[in-house]
Design a protein around this ligand. Sequence first.
Ligand code: HQG
Length: 181
Amino acid sequence: MEGKDQKKISKFLSLVLRHQPQIIGIKLDAQGWANVEELIHKINAKGRSLDFVTLEQVVETNDKKRFGFNNDKTKIRANQGHSIDINLGYVSKTPPEVLYHGTGSKYVNSIYKSGIQKQSRHHVHLSKDLKTAISVGQRHGKPVVLEILTEKMMHEGFEFFESENGVWLTDEVPVGYFKKL
Ligand code: HQG
């Protein structure tokens, strides 16, 4: 299958599995899992064509490993990025010494006033490397990268979690715990 089609499916899956499962008439369980058979059936019922092999390809080749199956591939969920209330079962973990947050220059003044907030997502998303942070920032216009003082935050009781696909998450990064690069 062509990359362009995969991207389309991936976008639609993000919408369904992170934000609006009801648009195809499915429900996610408390940990965010959808039943694979039902998902495929309901997506096809909406006039899109998807089979299991294609779904597997999308999960395996997705550039950010956005989705994951359970062991026997009967269930699928998004690895992060939800706006609906689900519990992914993250366990608090010690982050690397340096983490980055990529944002758009238009947000920087506001961030310096009220800290980095999770906005519509469940957590603030942080990147392990600069390159990723820059591309995350570019989604919001001219990119700005903020370095996060993770050690200081850990000492002061803030918790960090790592998602299945290597994105670091935390509840908020208040003013005083980041600096502009
Ligand atoms: C900004 C993508 C004003 C924040 C990426 C960000 C990531 C504030 C924007 C994942 C603010 C929210 C998440 C404040 C934070 N005032 N603006 N106080 N605090 N912001 O998209 O981090 O493709 O919700 O800096 O790769 O850009 O979806 O978050 O710029 O991992 O898989 O508000 O989404 O992955 O934007 O991106 P977003 P994000 P996917």
